[in-house]
Design a protein around this ligand. Structure first.
Ligand code: GLV
Ligand code: MN
Ligand code: MN
Length: 416
Protein backbone atom coordinates (compact mmCIF):
# COMPACT_ATOMS: atom_id res chain seq x y z
CA UNK A 1 0.00 0.00 0.00
CA UNK A 2 1.29 3.53 -0.73
CA UNK A 3 1.70 5.90 2.22
CA UNK A 4 -1.45 7.83 1.30
CA UNK A 5 -3.47 4.65 1.03
CA UNK A 6 -2.28 3.69 4.54
CA UNK A 7 -3.33 7.09 5.93
CA UNK A 8 -6.71 6.83 4.18
CA UNK A 9 -7.26 3.32 5.45
CA UNK A 10 -6.62 4.19 9.11
CA UNK A 11 -8.73 7.34 8.79
CA UNK A 12 -11.59 5.20 7.55
CA UNK A 13 -11.20 2.85 10.52
CA UNK A 14 -11.33 5.84 12.88
CA UNK A 15 -14.51 7.17 11.21
CA UNK A 16 -16.14 3.75 11.54
CA UNK A 17 -15.21 3.52 15.24
CA UNK A 18 -16.58 6.99 15.93
CA UNK A 19 -19.81 6.46 13.99
CA UNK A 20 -20.47 3.23 15.89
CA UNK A 21 -19.85 4.65 19.37
CA UNK A 22 -21.90 7.77 18.53
CA UNK A 23 -24.95 5.51 18.49
CA UNK A 24 -24.37 4.81 22.21
CA UNK A 25 -26.34 7.81 23.38
CA UNK A 26 -29.53 8.88 25.09
CA UNK A 27 -32.29 9.32 22.49
CA UNK A 28 -32.46 12.64 20.61
CA UNK A 29 -30.29 14.66 18.25
CA UNK A 30 -26.52 14.17 18.38
CA UNK A 31 -24.69 12.38 21.18
CA UNK A 32 -25.74 12.52 24.84
CA UNK A 33 -23.51 10.28 26.93
CA UNK A 34 -23.22 11.26 30.56
CA UNK A 35 -20.86 9.72 33.11
CA UNK A 36 -21.77 6.71 35.28
CA UNK A 37 -24.86 5.87 33.23
CA UNK A 38 -25.96 2.92 31.16
CA UNK A 39 -24.63 4.70 28.03
CA UNK A 40 -21.26 5.11 29.73
CA UNK A 41 -21.20 1.39 30.54
CA UNK A 42 -22.02 0.43 26.93
CA UNK A 43 -19.36 2.85 25.65
CA UNK A 44 -16.76 1.20 27.89
CA UNK A 45 -17.62 -2.20 26.40
CA UNK A 46 -17.09 -0.76 22.91
CA UNK A 47 -13.79 0.93 23.82
CA UNK A 48 -12.60 -2.25 25.53
CA UNK A 49 -13.05 -4.00 22.17
CA UNK A 50 -10.95 -1.31 20.41
CA UNK A 51 -8.24 -1.65 23.05
CA UNK A 52 -8.15 -5.43 22.85
CA UNK A 53 -7.93 -5.30 19.05
CA UNK A 54 -4.84 -3.10 19.53
CA UNK A 55 -3.41 -5.73 21.90
CA UNK A 56 -3.69 -3.49 24.98
CA UNK A 57 -4.34 -4.78 28.50
CA UNK A 58 -7.54 -3.23 29.77
CA UNK A 59 -8.77 -2.28 33.23
CA UNK A 60 -11.17 0.21 34.81
CA UNK A 61 -9.75 2.29 37.66
CA UNK A 62 -11.56 3.43 40.82
CA UNK A 63 -12.45 6.80 39.24
CA UNK A 64 -14.10 5.19 36.19
CA UNK A 65 -11.20 5.75 33.78
CA UNK A 66 -10.83 2.88 31.30
CA UNK A 67 -7.12 2.23 30.78
CA UNK A 68 -5.59 0.28 27.90
CA UNK A 69 -1.89 -0.37 28.49
CA UNK A 70 0.62 -1.65 25.97
CA UNK A 71 2.45 -4.80 26.99
CA UNK A 72 5.50 -3.55 28.88
CA UNK A 73 7.11 -4.21 32.25
CA UNK A 74 5.24 -2.64 35.21
CA UNK A 75 8.30 -0.50 35.95
CA UNK A 76 8.60 0.89 32.38
CA UNK A 77 8.28 4.68 32.05
CA UNK A 78 4.79 5.42 30.79
CA UNK A 79 3.44 7.81 28.19
CA UNK A 80 -0.23 8.69 28.78
CA UNK A 81 -2.59 9.45 25.90
CA UNK A 82 -6.37 9.76 25.70
CA UNK A 83 -9.34 12.03 26.38
CA UNK A 84 -12.93 11.72 27.66
CA UNK A 85 -15.78 9.38 26.75
CA UNK A 86 -18.60 11.71 27.87
CA UNK A 87 -20.41 14.34 25.82
CA UNK A 88 -22.53 17.40 26.39
CA UNK A 89 -26.30 17.02 25.83
CA UNK A 90 -26.95 16.74 22.09
CA UNK A 91 -23.25 17.09 21.35
CA UNK A 92 -21.13 15.74 18.52
CA UNK A 93 -19.43 12.45 17.72
CA UNK A 94 -15.84 13.70 18.03
CA UNK A 95 -15.38 15.86 21.16
CA UNK A 96 -13.44 13.69 23.61
CA UNK A 97 -14.02 10.24 22.17
CA UNK A 98 -11.89 10.99 19.10
CA UNK A 99 -8.91 11.44 21.44
CA UNK A 100 -9.53 7.92 22.75
CA UNK A 101 -9.99 6.22 19.37
CA UNK A 102 -7.02 7.75 17.51
CA UNK A 103 -4.17 6.77 19.88
CA UNK A 104 -5.60 3.23 20.12
CA UNK A 105 -5.54 2.99 16.32
CA UNK A 106 -2.02 4.52 16.21
CA UNK A 107 -0.81 1.80 18.60
CA UNK A 108 -2.52 -0.88 16.54
CA UNK A 109 -0.87 0.48 13.38
CA UNK A 110 2.59 0.53 14.99
CA UNK A 111 2.10 -3.02 16.23
CA UNK A 112 1.10 -4.16 12.73
CA UNK A 113 4.18 -2.43 11.33
CA UNK A 114 6.34 -4.30 13.86
CA UNK A 115 7.45 -1.15 15.73
CA UNK A 116 8.48 -1.73 19.34
CA UNK A 117 8.39 1.12 21.84
CA UNK A 118 10.90 1.21 24.71
CA UNK A 119 8.26 2.69 27.03
CA UNK A 120 4.71 1.75 28.03
CA UNK A 121 1.77 3.63 26.55
CA UNK A 122 -1.55 3.90 28.36
CA UNK A 123 -4.64 5.13 26.54
CA UNK A 124 -7.11 6.66 28.99
CA UNK A 125 -10.86 7.04 28.44
CA UNK A 126 -11.89 9.45 31.20
CA UNK A 127 -15.43 9.29 32.57
CA UNK A 128 -16.27 12.97 32.90
CA UNK A 129 -14.72 16.05 31.36
CA UNK A 130 -17.82 18.03 30.41
CA UNK A 131 -19.26 18.54 33.90
CA UNK A 132 -22.80 18.20 32.51
CA UNK A 133 -24.21 15.73 35.04
CA UNK A 134 -22.45 16.90 38.22
CA UNK A 135 -21.29 20.45 39.00
CA UNK A 136 -17.68 19.25 38.84
CA UNK A 137 -15.50 17.61 36.21
CA UNK A 138 -12.10 16.08 35.44
CA UNK A 139 -12.46 13.42 38.14
CA UNK A 140 -10.25 10.85 36.34
CA UNK A 141 -7.24 13.05 35.51
CA UNK A 142 -7.38 14.77 38.90
CA UNK A 143 -7.30 11.34 40.57
CA UNK A 144 -4.12 10.47 38.65
CA UNK A 145 -2.57 13.84 39.51
CA UNK A 146 -3.57 13.50 43.18
CA UNK A 147 -5.45 16.82 43.01
CA UNK A 148 -9.05 15.58 43.39
CA UNK A 149 -10.83 17.20 46.32
CA UNK A 150 -12.81 14.33 47.96
CA UNK A 151 -15.54 16.86 48.87
CA UNK A 152 -16.73 16.75 45.23
CA UNK A 153 -18.00 13.20 45.85
CA UNK A 154 -20.88 14.73 47.83
CA UNK A 155 -22.04 16.93 44.91
CA UNK A 156 -25.40 15.91 43.47
CA UNK A 157 -26.88 15.72 39.98
CA UNK A 158 -30.31 17.18 39.09
CA UNK A 159 -32.01 14.04 40.46
CA UNK A 160 -30.28 14.42 43.83
CA UNK A 161 -27.91 11.47 43.33
CA UNK A 162 -24.49 12.17 44.78
CA UNK A 163 -21.37 11.59 42.70
CA UNK A 164 -20.27 9.05 45.32
CA UNK A 165 -23.54 7.09 44.95
CA UNK A 166 -23.44 7.25 41.14
CA UNK A 167 -19.90 5.86 41.19
CA UNK A 168 -20.86 3.12 43.67
CA UNK A 169 -23.88 2.18 41.53
CA UNK A 170 -21.50 1.98 38.56
CA UNK A 171 -19.40 -0.56 40.47
CA UNK A 172 -16.53 1.80 41.29
CA UNK A 173 -14.71 2.38 44.56
CA UNK A 174 -14.74 6.16 45.14
CA UNK A 175 -13.00 5.77 48.51
CA UNK A 176 -10.01 4.22 46.74
CA UNK A 177 -9.48 7.23 44.46
CA UNK A 178 -6.60 8.41 46.66
CA UNK A 179 -4.64 5.29 45.68
CA UNK A 180 -4.71 6.20 41.97
CA UNK A 181 -2.21 9.02 42.34
CA UNK A 182 0.75 8.40 40.00
CA UNK A 183 4.38 9.01 40.79
CA UNK A 184 5.46 11.81 38.40
CA UNK A 185 8.86 10.12 38.05
CA UNK A 186 7.19 7.19 36.23
CA UNK A 187 5.25 9.30 33.73
CA UNK A 188 6.86 10.62 30.54
CA UNK A 189 4.00 12.95 29.71
CA UNK A 190 0.41 13.15 28.45
CA UNK A 191 -0.59 13.73 24.84
CA UNK A 192 -4.25 14.54 24.11
CA UNK A 193 -5.76 14.63 20.63
CA UNK A 194 -8.96 16.65 20.29
CA UNK A 195 -11.20 18.17 17.67
CA UNK A 196 -10.37 21.90 17.51
CA UNK A 197 -13.95 23.06 18.25
CA UNK A 198 -13.17 26.33 16.46
CA UNK A 199 -12.42 27.67 12.97
CA UNK A 200 -8.65 28.40 13.04
CA UNK A 201 -7.29 25.26 11.33
CA UNK A 202 -10.03 25.27 8.70
CA UNK A 203 -9.32 28.93 7.85
CA UNK A 204 -5.59 28.17 7.60
CA UNK A 205 -6.21 25.10 5.37
CA UNK A 206 -4.52 22.82 7.91
CA UNK A 207 -5.75 19.39 9.04
CA UNK A 208 -3.73 19.46 12.26
CA UNK A 209 -2.34 21.95 14.78
CA UNK A 210 -0.51 22.03 18.11
CA UNK A 211 -1.94 23.67 21.22
CA UNK A 212 0.13 26.26 23.08
CA UNK A 213 -2.08 26.69 26.16
CA UNK A 214 -5.49 25.80 27.56
CA UNK A 215 -7.44 28.85 28.67
CA UNK A 216 -8.39 29.54 32.28
CA UNK A 217 -12.04 29.58 33.32
CA UNK A 218 -14.12 31.21 36.03
CA UNK A 219 -17.84 31.00 36.69
CA UNK A 220 -20.04 33.37 38.69
CA UNK A 221 -23.56 32.86 40.02
CA UNK A 222 -25.59 36.07 40.07
CA UNK A 223 -29.00 36.74 41.62
CA UNK A 224 -31.00 39.98 41.33
CA UNK A 225 -34.09 40.38 43.52
CA UNK A 226 -36.70 43.08 43.05
CA UNK A 227 -40.46 43.31 43.49
CA UNK A 228 -43.15 41.62 41.42
CA UNK A 229 -46.52 43.11 40.57
CA UNK A 230 -49.26 43.20 37.95
CA UNK A 231 -47.78 43.82 34.48
CA UNK A 232 -50.72 46.01 33.50
CA UNK A 233 -51.26 48.08 36.60
CA UNK A 234 -47.81 48.64 38.10
CA UNK A 235 -46.54 51.98 36.71
CA UNK A 236 -43.22 51.87 34.86
CA UNK A 237 -41.79 54.53 37.16
CA UNK A 238 -40.42 53.00 40.33
CA UNK A 239 -40.56 49.38 39.16
CA UNK A 240 -37.91 47.07 40.62
CA UNK A 241 -37.78 44.63 37.74
CA UNK A 242 -35.04 42.07 38.33
CA UNK A 243 -34.98 40.97 34.69
CA UNK A 244 -34.34 44.52 33.47
CA UNK A 245 -31.29 44.58 35.74
CA UNK A 246 -30.19 41.14 34.50
CA UNK A 247 -30.64 42.21 30.89
CA UNK A 248 -28.31 45.16 31.54
CA UNK A 249 -25.74 42.77 32.98
CA UNK A 250 -25.97 40.45 29.96
CA UNK A 251 -25.24 43.42 27.68
CA UNK A 252 -22.31 44.57 29.84
CA UNK A 253 -20.83 41.02 29.97
CA UNK A 254 -20.88 40.97 26.20
CA UNK A 255 -19.28 44.43 26.06
CA UNK A 256 -16.50 43.31 28.44
CA UNK A 257 -15.44 40.52 26.10
CA UNK A 258 -15.62 42.74 23.02
CA UNK A 259 -13.17 45.11 24.72
CA UNK A 260 -10.48 42.40 24.94
CA UNK A 261 -9.68 40.17 21.97
CA UNK A 262 -8.56 37.23 24.12
CA UNK A 263 -11.49 37.23 26.56
CA UNK A 264 -14.65 35.12 26.13
CA UNK A 265 -17.67 35.97 28.29
CA UNK A 266 -20.97 34.10 28.25
CA UNK A 267 -24.25 34.18 30.16
CA UNK A 268 -25.18 30.52 29.67
CA UNK A 269 -28.15 30.15 32.03
CA UNK A 270 -30.88 32.53 33.19
CA UNK A 271 -34.10 31.89 35.09
CA UNK A 272 -36.73 34.51 35.92
CA UNK A 273 -39.45 34.15 38.57
CA UNK A 274 -42.36 34.17 38.95
CA UNK A 275 -42.00 33.46 35.22
CA UNK A 276 -45.50 34.37 34.12
CA UNK A 277 -46.45 36.48 31.15
CA UNK A 278 -48.30 39.18 33.10
CA UNK A 279 -46.14 39.70 36.20
CA UNK A 280 -43.00 41.76 36.74
CA UNK A 281 -39.98 39.43 37.28
CA UNK A 282 -38.82 39.66 40.89
CA UNK A 283 -36.10 37.03 41.12
CA UNK A 284 -33.53 36.36 38.41
CA UNK A 285 -30.58 34.02 38.58
CA UNK A 286 -27.91 33.83 35.91
CA UNK A 287 -24.47 32.36 35.38
CA UNK A 288 -21.52 34.18 33.86
CA UNK A 289 -18.56 32.28 32.49
CA UNK A 290 -15.27 34.03 31.66
CA UNK A 291 -12.36 32.42 29.79
CA UNK A 292 -8.94 33.72 28.73
CA UNK A 293 -5.47 32.31 28.06
CA UNK A 294 -4.10 34.99 30.43
CA UNK A 295 -5.21 34.60 34.07
CA UNK A 296 -4.79 38.31 34.81
CA UNK A 297 -7.11 39.29 31.95
CA UNK A 298 -9.74 36.82 33.23
CA UNK A 299 -9.42 37.87 36.87
CA UNK A 300 -9.67 41.57 36.03
CA UNK A 301 -12.80 40.83 34.00
CA UNK A 302 -14.21 38.95 37.02
CA UNK A 303 -13.63 41.97 39.25
CA UNK A 304 -15.17 44.27 36.64
CA UNK A 305 -18.21 41.98 36.50
CA UNK A 306 -18.80 42.38 40.25
CA UNK A 307 -18.48 46.17 40.03
CA UNK A 308 -20.88 46.37 37.08
CA UNK A 309 -23.44 44.10 38.81
CA UNK A 310 -23.37 46.33 41.93
CA UNK A 311 -23.87 49.47 39.85
CA UNK A 312 -26.82 47.91 38.02
CA UNK A 313 -28.40 46.67 41.27
CA UNK A 314 -28.11 50.15 42.80
CA UNK A 315 -29.56 51.94 39.83
CA UNK A 316 -32.57 49.56 39.57
CA UNK A 317 -33.26 49.22 43.31
CA UNK A 318 -32.40 45.51 43.31
CA UNK A 319 -30.82 43.24 45.91
CA UNK A 320 -27.75 41.47 44.58
CA UNK A 321 -25.92 38.26 45.39
CA UNK A 322 -22.87 37.52 43.30
CA UNK A 323 -20.19 34.92 43.93
CA UNK A 324 -17.43 33.24 41.98
CA UNK A 325 -18.39 29.54 42.08
CA UNK A 326 -15.55 27.95 40.10
CA UNK A 327 -12.17 28.83 38.74
CA UNK A 328 -9.42 26.99 36.92
CA UNK A 329 -6.14 28.65 35.93
CA UNK A 330 -4.84 28.75 32.36
CA UNK A 331 -2.47 25.92 31.62
CA UNK A 332 0.43 26.31 29.19
CA UNK A 333 1.41 23.13 27.34
CA UNK A 334 4.93 21.81 27.95
CA UNK A 335 7.26 23.46 25.45
CA UNK A 336 9.63 20.50 24.93
CA UNK A 337 6.79 18.01 24.36
CA UNK A 338 5.01 20.53 22.13
CA UNK A 339 8.12 21.01 19.96
CA UNK A 340 8.35 17.23 19.66
CA UNK A 341 4.69 17.08 18.62
CA UNK A 342 5.13 19.94 16.17
CA UNK A 343 8.03 18.08 14.52
CA UNK A 344 5.82 14.98 14.19
CA UNK A 345 3.12 17.06 12.50
CA UNK A 346 5.67 18.61 10.17
CA UNK A 347 6.94 15.13 9.26
CA UNK A 348 3.43 14.44 7.89
CA UNK A 349 3.62 17.57 5.70
CA UNK A 350 1.60 19.75 8.10
CA UNK A 351 2.76 23.31 8.93
CA UNK A 352 2.50 22.46 12.64
CA UNK A 353 0.42 25.58 13.26
CA UNK A 354 0.26 26.70 16.90
CA UNK A 355 -2.96 27.86 18.52
CA UNK A 356 -4.43 28.34 21.98
CA UNK A 357 -7.45 26.36 23.20
CA UNK A 358 -10.55 28.22 24.35
CA UNK A 359 -12.12 24.94 25.47
CA UNK A 360 -10.82 23.11 28.48
CA UNK A 361 -9.51 19.57 28.35
CA UNK A 362 -8.37 16.64 30.49
CA UNK A 363 -4.81 17.83 29.78
CA UNK A 364 -5.41 20.90 31.99
CA UNK A 365 -5.74 18.61 35.03
CA UNK A 366 -2.97 16.21 34.03
CA UNK A 367 -0.56 19.15 33.85
CA UNK A 368 -0.42 18.83 37.66
CA UNK A 369 1.18 15.41 37.14
CA UNK A 370 3.39 15.60 34.06
CA UNK A 371 4.32 17.56 30.92
CA UNK A 372 1.29 17.82 28.62
CA UNK A 373 0.90 18.45 24.90
CA UNK A 374 -2.18 18.58 22.66
CA UNK A 375 -2.88 18.06 18.99
CA UNK A 376 -5.97 19.62 17.40
CA UNK A 377 -7.78 18.18 14.38
CA UNK A 378 -9.64 20.45 11.95
CA UNK A 379 -13.35 20.93 12.72
CA UNK A 380 -15.85 21.63 9.92
CA UNK A 381 -17.23 25.18 10.14
CA UNK A 382 -15.74 25.41 13.65
CA UNK A 383 -18.94 23.82 15.03
CA UNK A 384 -18.71 21.78 18.25
CA UNK A 385 -20.95 20.84 21.20
CA UNK A 386 -23.59 20.30 18.52
CA UNK A 387 -24.76 17.33 16.44
CA UNK A 388 -23.17 18.88 13.32
CA UNK A 389 -19.63 18.54 14.75
CA UNK A 390 -17.45 16.82 12.09
CA UNK A 391 -13.87 15.91 11.24
CA UNK A 392 -13.17 14.11 7.96
CA UNK A 393 -11.78 10.57 7.67
CA UNK A 394 -8.78 12.01 5.81
CA UNK A 395 -7.99 14.33 8.73
CA UNK A 396 -8.40 11.49 11.22
CA UNK A 397 -5.96 9.44 9.13
CA UNK A 398 -3.47 12.33 9.16
CA UNK A 399 -3.81 12.59 12.94
CA UNK A 400 -3.09 8.87 13.37
CA UNK A 401 -0.08 9.28 11.09
CA UNK A 402 1.20 12.18 13.24
CA UNK A 403 0.67 10.16 16.44
CA UNK A 404 2.69 7.26 14.96
CA UNK A 405 5.49 9.66 14.03
CA UNK A 406 5.36 11.23 17.50
CA UNK A 407 5.69 7.82 19.16
CA UNK A 408 8.47 6.48 16.93
CA UNK A 409 10.51 9.71 17.26
CA UNK A 410 10.07 9.54 21.06
CA UNK A 411 11.20 5.91 20.96
CA UNK A 412 14.32 6.90 19.03
CA UNK A 413 15.09 9.57 21.64
CA UNK A 414 14.53 7.27 24.64
CA UNK A 415 17.47 5.44 26.20
CA UNK A 416 16.78 1.76 25.43
C1 GLV B 1 -15.64 21.69 27.77
O1 GLV B 1 -15.63 21.33 26.62
C2 GLV B 1 -15.41 23.08 28.12
O2 GLV B 1 -14.51 23.71 27.54
O3 GLV B 1 -16.14 23.58 29.00
MN1 MN C 1 -13.65 17.68 25.00
MN1 MN D 1 -16.66 19.45 25.20
Amino acid sequence: MTRNAVVTDWGRRASQYLAKIASISEPGAGVTRLPFTNEHRRALAEITGWMQTANLEVHLDAAGTLIGRSKAPKSAPTLLMGSHQDSVRHGGAFDGIMGVALPILALERLEQEGQRLPFAVEVLAFADEEGVRFPTALIGPRALAGSLDPAVLEMCDAEGTSLRQAMLDFGLAPDKIGTLRRDPATVIGYLETHIEQGPVLESAGQALGVVTAICGIERHQVRFRGVTGHAGTLPMEGRRDALVGAAGLVTEVNRLAHANKTLRATVGTLTALPGVVNAVPADVRLSVELRAPDDLVREQAGQALHTIAKTIANSHGLDLNIARSYHQPAQPCDEALTIHLQAALQATGSQGLRLASGATHDASALADLCPVAMMFVRCRDGVSHAPQEYASADDLGSAIDALCKFLTALANKSPS
